[in-house]
Design a protein around this ligand. Sequence first.
Ligand code: HPA
Length: 265
Amino acid sequence: MEEAEFALPSETDSFSPKIGLVLGSGLGGFTDSLSDSLSIPYSDIEGLPESGAPGHAGQLHFGTLAGSEIVAAQGRVHIYEGWSAKEVASTVRLFHQIGVRTIILTNAAGIVNANLKPGRWMLISDHLNLARQSPLTGAATFIDQTDVYSRSLREFLKAEASEMEDFRLSEGVYAWVNGPEYETPAEVRMLRTLGADAVGMSTVPEAIQARALGMRVIGLSCLTNYGAGLSGQPLSHDEVVEVGMQAAKDLFRLLERAVPAMGEV
Ligand code: HPA
């Protein structure tokens, strides 16, 4: 048998979540809503890179959400910290190793389509890999990317969201850029021309990795700010984290409804 890539502390053996969640900037507070939870720092897991960016704590939480077992990764690493796309996608391979088959990737993103509003969530329908890096580099892994983000799960989430009070779920294309600097106004105009609705520095390598492993993927962008040049205001990471913290409550409301039925969709 092939040796496992990751070694987890034995306390995690009693958990067998089928659904995994990756939390983006400012969304870590979500884990307070999990019951019966066990938290493991990334440093206790052999094989995982450790994250250091502000707002990315670096812990794995096992717990239940509305009665369903899930695992949530709070904090991820990015290519702007110097990690490769393959290292960035480690969490996804770890989730797969422990039996996760549906993964929900969340992020904070800037708005490129001016019809969208800060504070809202956008379901990712497709992506643009503008960082031009892949977690699959090194082997001839020619995976199909027609439906990276599960069509049936998207339809299901949209139907759930439409029944919620004061919650509007948009849908659109997410562009992955290297960062760490935010875009220039000219770059935001370019991204719009290319067909992007939102822009961010994560999620795409994890989505590619998850599809390569045959997992079902959901991508959810928390639209924290207008992209450069769209509002006349400068961008700040503090604002991104602040808006994310507010929006984490809406994410919880949506997932609390959706997760228990997600296995059957
Ligand atoms: N650009 C790129 N990444 C981001 C942004 C942005 O405006 N906001 C949050 N993450």
